[in-house]
Design a protein around this ligand. Structure first.
Ligand SMILES: Cc1cc2nc3c(=O)[nH]c(=O)nc-3n(C[C@H](O)[C@H](O)[C@H](O)COP(=O)(O)OP(=O)(O)OC[C@H]3O[C@@H](n4cnc5c(N)ncnc54)[C@H](O)[C@@H]3O)c2cc1C
Length: 479
């Protein structure tokens, strides 16, 4: 039996796992996907929001601002890239300028530092490609950009190194509680028992909550479509450009990504299907039109891929992070929609403090705070790279030409704690397949490396687990 079981290995579950790994307790994470970062945490705008959007005094606002504050130190400790590029909420109608003041006031109330309303001349100086219709903007210098995969993976790896076990392809199907108040979690891989449970199941957090509580909640998947543009136009804007928000959210943004692409999106459409991550032509048309209101001559011919993500929208648009009233020792992290990525370290800290008190936890003396990321030869100087390749020639063998990813990086990704087992697992850890050709060239080569390093047959290698095999059967040679 475990002390704590966390359901879900997205950013929320990973952040809670890392925080609980500081204590002398037995913790595990159950994840239905084949890897960490299988849900919403893999498909979002990857913005570290400043914190002026969420309602004053809400838990969402507190988590947003605290998460934003924590990001510099956390990213240094976990060796992941993060940049405060600043965000701009752009007003395109003279009569809507008051809305910027409302956001400014809310931001100040929430504790966001450095906010400023700027006029159109300053805005144009900062962003030459801003729409000619722009009349003013709210500048938030603390807004930033991050790699959502690396944040999720790094927190999980660090938790794992500190003793948290992760079980993948393990879906919680039912939960019961016995007379000793022990939770029994029935999964497709047998039963797991724990004294405490943390529900970090993203869009499925309602399903998990409703297994133990009479006070039902409902999470509506709110789909957002995106286009990702080639690095050639990654510098089209330097800040994250937002429109003024509506009741459906923060609107369609245009932003550089931390790895130098340009991202445009998301739309916002409420759907029923919790797996409904298909993009639609209508969605893409809508986001192009909306983004073009704020940024002129958007280079949409440079799109290299489109994708969509599902926000875990709860009716009250507030994070639910609490012990469930009629299910003692069962903690919900539900309704974690945007700004959930930004808030994740703060949610981890909050749940950690809550459980420390509830469980009377003692801190470990040997907790490892830092984690070293994968060696990327393209980040090294010429001399350093030469030295590395002399010792380890696999770092001189380029597998993904678009993103300059080497065999050495892919081998590292496979053999790290919670290492990659699929093409997407490799992609999220190294960026192999993330570039202009979208894995057209490197997939077979990456499969060869997975086959060799993990001893998997080609027919067993998947894109992202489950039935997503790539090779169906051999047509030549031995069967
Ligand atoms: C379009 C869009 C844009 C966004 N933009 C931003 C942004 O720019 N900045 C920001 O801060 N936030 C943003 N967000 C929000 C952010 O992405 C989410 O809040 C965050 O990723 C949620 O993480 P999570 O761990 O709670 O959920 P998830 O990442 O969905 O993780 C939940 C995990 O639980 C697993 N699971 C579910 N059911 C079960 C089960 N029964 N058994 C076992 N495992 C289970 C799932 O497989 C999944 O891996 C955006 C979201 C969307 C959709």
């Amino acid at each position: 039996m475990r002390d704590v079981i966390i359901i879900g290995a997205g950013v929320t579950g990973a952040a809670v796992a890392r925080e609980l790994s500081k204590y002398n307790i037995d913790v595990c994470v159950l994840e239905k996907g084949e890897d960490v970062c299988s849900g919403t945490s893999k498909a979002n705008s990857a913005i570290i929001h400043a914190g002026f959007d969420a309602e004053e005094g809400s838990l969402m606002a507190k988590m947003n601002v605290r998460g934003n504050e924590m990001m510099d130190d956390l990213c240094k400790d976990l060796d992941i890239p993060f940049k405060r590029n600043g965000s701009l909420v752009v007003c395109i109608h003279e009569e809507a300028k008051d809305g910027l003041q409302t956001l400014y006031d809310r931001g100040v109330e929430n504790g966001v530092k450095g906010l400023r309303i700027i006029d159109k001349e300053e805005l144009r100086e900062l962003e030459p490609n801003i729409s000619d219709k722009a009349v003013a903007a709210l500048l938030a210098p603390t807004g930033g950009i991050i790699c959502p995969f690396e944040l999720n993976i790094a927190m999980a790896e660090n938790a794992n190194v500190n003793g948290v076990d992760f079980f993948f392809n393990t879906e919680v199907e039912d939960i019961t509680v016995d007379d000793d108040k022990i939770y029994h979690l029935r999964t497709n891989n047998g039963e797991y028992k724990a004294k405490y449970v943390v529900n970090a199941a993203g869009v499925y957090a309602d399903k998990i909550h409703n297994m133990v509580s009479e006070n039902k909640i409902k999470i509506v998947p709110r789909r957002g479509d995106y286009c990702l543009l080639d690095k050639e136009v990654g510098g089209y804007v330097s800040h994250t450009i937002f429109p003024q928000p509506t009741e459906l959210g923060k609107g369609v943004l245009v932003s550089p990504t931390i790895h130098g692409n340009l991202i445009v999106g998301p739309t916002a459409i409420d759907i029923e299907d919790k797996e409904g991550t298909n993009t639609t032509a209508e969605g893409i048309e809508k986001l192009t039109a909306k983004a073009s209101d704020h940024v002129k001559n958007l280079p949409m011919r440079k799109v290299i891929t489109s994708f969509s993500g599902l926000r875990a929208h709860e009716t009250h648009h507030e994070f639910i992070i609490e012990e469930v009233k009629d299910a003692p020792h069962f903690i919900d992290c539900a309704g974690i929609e945007s700004p959930g990525l930004t808030s994740s370290p703060a949610i981890g800290e909050y749940v950690g403090a809550m459980m420390k008190k509830m469980m009377n936890l003692e801190e470990k003396t040997n907790w490892i705070k830092t984690r070293k990321g994968i060696t990327h030869p393209s980040d090294l100087s010429f001399e350093e790279r030469k030295e590395l390749i002399k010792k380890h020639p696999e770092y001189g063998n380029i597998i993904c030409r678009c993103e300059s990813v080497t065999e050495g990086e892919i081998i590292e990704a496979i053999h790290r704690p919670l290492g990659a087992r699929s093409l997407d697992g490799v992609k999220r850890r190294t960026r192999a397949g993330m570039g202009r050709c979208q894995a057209g060239f490197c997939s077979p080569k990456t499969m060869e490396i997975i086959h060799r390093e993990l001893g998997l047959d080609y027919e067993q290698i998947t894109k992202n687990g489950g039935k997503s095999t790539i090779v169906l059967e051999r047509t030549k040679g031995e069967k």
